[in-house]
Write a protein that binds this ligand. Sequence first.
Ligand code: B4P
Length: 199
Amino acid sequence: MTTRSTEDAVRLLIVGPPGAGKGTQATRVSEAYGVPAVSTGDIFRANIKNETELGLKVKAIIESGDLVPDTLTNELVADRLGHGDAKSGFLLDGYPRTVEQVEYLTALLKAQGTAIDAVIQLEVDTDEVVARLRQRAIEQGRSDDTEDAIRHRQDVYARETAPVLEIYEARGLVVKVDGLGSVDEVTSRIEAGLAEKGI
Ligand code: B4P
């Protein structure tokens, strides 16, 4: 893995509907660019597993397919990005997911004199993401991959997260990537899209 200095730090987001492959690609892209992948979903799931105070608060929300309240999520991200390894950049997976989270993140980074460099938008149609999540339900048994929660999460994405992409689009930061095909093919498209932006 490449190691980065704070001068050549790269700050990336990966956004897409639930099941688009954000987590899958975040691991690979973070290794390729030498930055930590920070997944809000993974942090919440670890807290639920360890039955922490945060985990107990968010368990039912996540299982229903709703979003965790912005205040809790924002605090968690601010804390994580304060760790030393995030000083030389990061790849945020699954955050921001609401307009309020975008505003919070923008202000947080601005206070540090930094900003997001690019937003990877994984494009996968609803039929395909639903099929992937049904498969994950069989293979991993994740408690938020029930039929009702899968459908509900797609609705929440369309309502709450699609406007997030409009904001970053207006800022000229979005790299649109076709998320269909093999995992390797998608990774190659992401790397090519970032290279076009000089990243
Ligand atoms: P996440 O953990 O972000 O869950 P996700 O959207 O389902 O995952 P992802 O898109 O990463 O899918 P994956 O790579 O696994 O969020 C879970 C919950 O946490 C949310 O519903 C919410 O309640 C809460 N939460 C998280 N962030 C929040 C925030 N900012 N604000 C509020 N609440 C928040 O891929 C899916 C499947 O597809 C896998 O099985 C994978 O193997 C497969 N796959 C991947 N790439 C593939 C490919 N190219 N072809 C075929 N299959 C592929």
